[in-house]
Design a protein around this ligand. Sequence first.
Ligand code: VY7
Length: 178
Amino acid sequence: MSDMPPDWLPPHNMQLALIYARAANGVIGKDGTMPWHLPEDLAHFKTLTQGHPVIMGRKTWDSLPARFRPLPGRANIVVTRQADWHEIGAQRASNLREALLFAEQTATTTAWIMGGAQIYAQALPLASRVEVTEIDRDFDGDALAPTLGPEWQEVARSRHVGSGGLPFSFVTYERRCG
Ligand code: VY7
């Protein structure tokens, strides 16, 4: 007796965070790319994710310009159902759960979910923090940001104007306690 498996999970030391840029109408992508030119967002993304594992869907991996793949200085974990998928510098995971197991083996505090729409929707219930670049214009597109419900509290916001004149804000949301 008393050799039953525990019915609880050990606490994860790792925080799960989403990072995305979204247009005013919720669009995050069109035809596999981000439909705006906002270098300030790319720099922000690189700064926040540097040194941490990044988890992405296979379509997001494909969307990265080849010269940026794998993203340097970060464990690149790619979720795909294709058992024969492999790319140099990427760790394949069959699903989000497996991706999180790989991320937990790295020695960092935060794992970043970097897209796209399908992975955001799956990861949001597990996340404690969301970093959104909110662009103040509508864009035409085919991939949408997840909807943040009332459990998400805005804790920081900074307003900027991009080098091309596009206004945007960096916004941090945290899950309310309880
Ligand atoms: C798009 C790029 C697109 C075109 C040229 C360069 C937020 C982003 C993501 C994911 C931006 C992209 C890049 C330059 C910097 C590289 C990454 C590629 C690096 C996200 N807010 N912005 N993203 N990049 N999840 N959230 O895929 O990137 O970081 O080293």
